[in-house]
Ligand binder design. Structure first.
Ligand code: F6R
Length: 240
C-alpha cells in the first residue's frame, strides 16, 4: 500500500476522479465498488460533475455497494443504500441494472450474499474506494475480522455502534451489518483507502506505523498484491 499525501482534499479528490475516469476509459464496463459515508462524498460530487459535463460515458459501468446496516432499509436516512442512491447513483443517472447493493431489510441474506459473491467472482472488482472507521474498520470488517471472508454478516464493534448513528436523523439501534469481505477487497485491481480531516489523524498514524494485523483492518492492505494506495490530506496526516 503506497501512502500518498495531498496538500488539500480537493487535490486528493481530483486524483481519485482521474483514476476512476482512466479506468472507465480503458474498461467501460468496469465494476466499481464504493463505500458510503462522509469520506467518499466529495469524490462522488466531483464524478457527478464529470458526468454532467459529458466527459466520460458511465452507461456501462457496474456498481457494487460495500456494506449495509442490517435492519435498515433504503427508505431510512443514514442507510448505506440511501446515501449511495442520493449522493451518487441517482445524480449519476445509473440504471438499476447497473447497481448491486445490499438490502438491510432483506428476508434472505444468504441468497443476497451468494449473489454478491458470484458477481465478484465472475466480474472481478476493478476499483474500490474505501473510507476508514475510527477503529480502522474497512467496510464493516471490524477489528479481529477474518481476512479470508467473502461477503458476510458481522456483529458491529462498540466503536461502530457509538460513531455510526451520526448518519441517522432518528434514534437507531445498530447491532449487525453486512459487508464485502477482505478477500474480495484485496482481489480488486485498484484499491484506494481514503482519509481526510483531522478526526482521522490518530487512526491514520496507527495504520501507517502498524504491521499488517487483523486487529487493525486497514493495515491489512499493506499485504495487497494489487495496486493499493492510501490517500490522505494534510489534516489526516497531521500526526505523521
Ligand atoms: C461505509 C463504510 C465505513 C466507512 C467508515 C468511515 O460504507 O464502509 O467503513 O467508510 O466508517 O466513515 P466516514 O467516511 O463517514 O468517516
Amino acid at each position: 500500500m503506497e501512502l500518498k499525501k495531498f496538500d488539500s482534499q480537493d487535490e486528493l479528490v481530483e486524483q481519485i476522479v482521474k483514476i476512476v475516469s482512466d479506468i472507465i476509459s480503458k474498461k467501460p464496463d468496469a465494476l466499481l465498488c464504493f463505500a458510503c459515508g462522509e469520506t467518499p462524498r466529495p469524490v462522488m460530487d466531483k464524478l457527478v460533475e464529470v458526468r454532467r459535463n459529458g466527459e466520460i460515458d458511465f452507461s456501462r459501468v457496474r456498481l457494487l455497494g460495500l456494506d449495509e446496516w442490517i435492519g435498515v432499509g433504503r427508505g431510512t436516512v443514514g442507510s448505506c443504500s440511501q446515501m449511495l442512491y442520493d449522493d451518487f447513483f441517482r445524480p449519476m443517472k445509473f440504471r438499476t441494472d447497473q447497481i448491486n447493493i445490499f438490502d438491510g431489510l432483506s428476508k434472505n441474506l444468504e441468497v443476497d450474499i451468494k449473489n454478491v459473491n458470484q458477481i465478484v467472482e465472475e466480474l472481478g472488482i476493478d476499483f474500490v474506494l474505501l473510507g476508514i472507521g475510527m477503529n480502522g474498520h474497512i467496510g464493516l470488517n471490524e477489528p479481529g475480522f477474518n481476512p479470508d471472508e467473502k461477503a458476510h454478516v458481522v456483529e458491529l464493534s462498540d466503536m461502530t455502534k457509538k460513531v455510526m448513528p451520526k448518519y441517522f436523523d432518528q434514534k437507531i439501534n445498530l447491532q449487525q451489518g453486512i459487508t464485502l469481505g477482505f478477500s474480495q477487497l484485496l482481489s480488486a485491481q485498484k484499491i484506494i483507502l481514503m482519509a481526510t480531516g483531522e478526526r482521522k489523524a490518530k487512526i491514520v498514524k496507527e495504520i501507517v506505523s502498524s504491521e499488517p494485523s487483523n486487529g487493525l483492518p486497514a493495515s491489512m492492505f499493506k499485504q495487497s498484491k494489487h495496486e493499493s494506495f492510501f490517500f490522505i490530506d494534510k489534516a489526516a496526516g497531521a500526526r505523521l
